[in-house]
Design a binder for this molecule. Structure first.
Ligand SMILES: *[C@@H]1O[C@H](CO)[C@@H](O)[C@H](O)[C@H]1NC(C)=O
Ligand SMILES: *[C@@H]1O[C@H](CO)[C@@H](O)[C@H](O)[C@H]1NC(C)=O
Ligand SMILES: *[C@@H]1O[C@H](CO)[C@@H](O)[C@H](O)[C@H]1NC(C)=O
Ligand SMILES: *[C@@H]1O[C@H](CO)[C@@H](O)[C@H](O)[C@H]1NC(C)=O
Ligand SMILES: *[C@@H]1O[C@H](CO)[C@@H](O)[C@H](O)[C@H]1NC(C)=O
Ligand SMILES: *[C@@H]1O[C@H](CO)[C@@H](O)[C@H](O)[C@H]1NC(C)=O
Ligand SMILES: *[C@@H]1O[C@H](CO)[C@@H](O)[C@H](O)[C@H]1NC(C)=O
Length: 639
């Protein structure tokens, strides 16, 4: 009787291991480490090819085994590593002879330091076109010959270039990167005039010394000493030097006129603002944040709705009037990142009022434009904006009310308590789907490519309505909120690219979505979205470690892990999540691709019989996958 079951278990186990292997292959992108696993094997190969050209027995014996691993000190002499990538090659005064292949640095894309100082290396210099991160290059004291490669001109971080005491010939290329602080080409065989770039002219003659055929400033020899055309050039330059004072005067006059215009404009603007302010309906919060009570003062008859502080509806059908809202009783729903939320009880049902604070200093028109963009987003999985309100003192967004709360609470509330109703796999999958659809829609409907369409995606911004529909909220606020506050509070700004490059993009939403999925499948709270005071982990690296060390069985939330027939789908979702959480934005998939993949995960029924059966079955046949912590979780514990 057990044998067909056995067979099924072995098959699922096989499947899991197969997927695990697949995950392991995807994983290195998450932290870009694992030099030792050969994921950056091309760097290792490039270095081995380099050392093969030198016939140096010390390096031959030393450069074996692991090159560099994560942030451990490197194992190879002369190599520096950063996050498992080669960042420095420093082989100085080792008596190295032979040539270096021109293409030997092409695969060392993270290289920032390169020194072969004081050896006897010959041949032409290398191609630096893939080494955009190079800061320091010292090739001095060798026998390099040929021309200075033009690829050096494209290195925009290069601060130091030492090529002195070689046998380089040809002319000096026109270096003009402002990053360049040290430059030395003394004692070569360079020729021709020193290019007249600001950077090259900023070094003194000791940087150019010992090249008999080099001429022009800052070197001491004159290029045109024997040529009469120099006279014409000189007269030209003296002409332009006469023009200089005239140009200066013109500039100063232009500047003064500009200043005047600025002052006039500013005064006019202030007047206008004052006049508008006088007309505003004042809306003030008189009670202590618990009830909204608005007072109207002044005249309300108006043509321009926004400037007068009036309610603007997102769609044609007006469900209520400003007066209804003012009369309604309100109940605090909680403090959001960008303002408090209230539930206002209107006659026709409750609505949510979000009072925005810490906004960018937007004019009424700008505010209206931005909010219209939010209002134009209409999708079954987006909580739709009903209306908005703008006045000088008060900016409100009014939304539909979702009666079943947010997914963060659904996932985390009452864990381990007997009253908890398990949050089943099928419900979690439907959350994953709804959010993916909403996000795909936002991504397709946001025209500008360098904004984050959602910007603040986390489980507490995913709501469940009375029909268990999944509704994403809080979208599109990046354009309204003051930038420094957005950086502190919005989830997109916690993404790896913001940490390292201070840049967010639509791919930051994909990252947020990946984190959200990880929370859904693991039942853990990610440090990036955790409310203060909760027990959170850096979920991405936690999962990464778990997969690498093969305690995969423990990744999934016990509440869903027992649903054995769905484990395949869970692994799939985990795999999608990990691809979204990859640290470099370019390697993350597009949202539409993600949505399609999530859509393709087969829903399995939440059958309880099957659970009981398979957990019993597992304890008999599948020791390796069941861990002590899991086998103690029985259905009875959870009820
Ligand atoms: C760089 O790496 C790629 C992939 O491993 C390899 O095919 C190529 O030959 C390498 N190029 C050089 C110049 O070493
Ligand atoms: C290579 O040399 C470095 C420094 O001398 C040393 O720390 C390292 O252990 C050596 N590695 C091998 C494989 O001999
Ligand atoms: C320098 O290069 C020239 C060819 O450009 C060659 O004739 C000469 O021998 C080289 N000198 C040294 C010291 O390598
Ligand atoms: C310097 O370069 C010139 C060609 O530009 C060559 O004729 C000469 O031999 C070189 N001198 C040395 C010392 O390498
Ligand atoms: C450039 O290198 C030469 C030879 O090493 C040295 O004499 C000279 O002082 C250096 N120039 C500068 C500006 O450091
Ligand atoms: C002087 O200028 C002429 C053209 O005006 C040019 O042909 C010649 O090579 C120059 N001579 C020198 C020594 O630069
Ligand atoms: C004179 O200046 C022109 C351009 O301003 C330049 O092309 C030419 O080479 C210069 N002649 C000499 C002899 O420097």
């Amino acid at each position: 009787m057990a044998s067909p079951l056995n067979c099924r278990m072995t098959f699922t186990k096989f499947l899991e291991h197969f997927l695990l292997l697949y995950l392991l292959l995807l994983c290195p992108k998450i932290t870009a480490d694992d030099g030792q696993n050969g994921f950056h094997g091309e760097e290792r190969d490039a270095l081995l090819a380099l050392v093969a050209g030198f016939s140096n027995s010390f390096l031959h014996h030393n450069w074996t085994k692991v090159m560099c691993y994560e942030n451990d000190p490197p194992y190879w002499f002369g190599i520096e590593c950063l996050n498992g990538r080669v960042s420095g090659v420093r082989l100085e005064n080792l008596g190295l002879t032979g040539e270096i292949k021109v293409d030997s640095l092409l695969n060392l894309t993270e290289l920032s330091i390169l020194s072969f100082k004081d050896n006897s290396i010959s041949g032409p210099l290398m191609d630096f076109s893939n080494n955009q991160k190079l800061i320091y290059i010292d090739l001095s004291g060798n026998r390099f010959d040929g021309a200075i490669p033009l690829s050096l001109l494209k290195l925009n971080s290069l601060a130091s270039l030492h090529l002195q005491a070689n046998n380089l010939s040809g002319s000096i290329p026109s270096f003009d990167q402002t990053s360049l602080l040290e430059f030395n080409v003394s004692y070569n065989n360079l020729s021709g005039p020193i290019p007249n770039t600001k950077v090259l002219q900023s070094f003194n003659r000791f940087s150019y010394f010992g090249n008999p055929n080099l001429c022009g400033p800052p070197s001491s020899s004159d290029c045109n000493s024997k040529n009469d055309t120099s006279d014409t050039n000189k007269s030209k330059s003296s002409k332009s030097s006469k023009l200089l004072p005239i140009l200066l005067v013109v500039n100063v006059v232009a500047l003064i006129i500009l200043l005047f215009l600025c002052i006039i404009f500013f005064k006019k603007y202030k007047n206008l603002k004052k006049r508008l302010e006088e007309k505003h309906i004042l809306v003030r919060d008189e009670e202590k944040d618990e009830k909204i009570k608005m007072e109207t003062g002044g005249n309300r008859v108006a043509a321009d709705e926004v400037e007068k502080g009036k309610l603007v509806f997102a769609s044609e059908d007006r469900k209520f009037e400003l007066d209804d809202l003012l009369k309604a009783s309100a109940e605090g729903l909680g403090k959001g990142n960008f303002g408090n939320c209230y539930k206002a009880m209107l006659e026709r049902g409750p609505i949510v009022v979000k009072r925005l604070k810490d906004l960018k200093p937007l004019s009424g028109e700008e505010f209206m434009k931005q909010v219209r963009m939010i209002a134009d987003q209409k999708h079954p999985n987006l909580l739709s904006l009903l209306a908005y309100y703008y006045s000088k003192d008060e900016k409100l967004l009014l939304y539909k009310f979702a009666s079943n709360g947010n997914v963060y609470n659904r996932l985390n509330e009452g864990k381990g308590k007997p009253t908890r109703i398990p949050f089943r796999w099928s419900s979690r999958l439907s959350v994953a789907r709804g959010v993916a659809r909403a996000l795909e829609y936002l991504h397709l409907n946001t025209k500008s490519t360098n904004v984050v369409p959602h910007g603040n995606l986390k489980l507490s911004n995913v709501l469940i309505d009375e029909n268990d529909g999944v509704l994403v909220t809080d979208y599109g606020l990046t354009s309204l909120v003051a930038a420094p506050l957005a950086a502190q509070r919005m989830i997109a700004f916690k993404s790896p690219e913001y940490q390292s490059h201070k840049k967010v993009s639509r791919k930051s939403d994909v990252w947020s979505y990946g984190c959200l999925l990880l929370e859904l499948v693991t039942g853990r709270v990610s440090a990036d979205s955790a409310p203060p005071g909760t027990n959170a982990v850096d979920l991405c690296s936690w999962v990464h470690r778990a997969v690498r060390e093969e305690w995969t069985a423990e990744i999934f939330d016990v509440e869903i892990a027992v649903q054995r027939s769905a484990n395949h789908g869970m692994l799939k979702l985990l795999q999608i999540a990990m691809r979204c959480c990859v640290s470099s934005p370019e390697n993350r998939p597009e949202m539409s691709e993600v949505a399609r993949e999530v859509e393709n995960i087969v829903v399995t029924a939440d059958s309880e019989d099957e659970e009981e059966f398979s957990s019993m079955d597992r304890s008999l046949t599948d020791e390796s996958m069941s861990t002590p912590s899991r086998s103690t979780t029985t259905l009875d514990d959870r009820r």
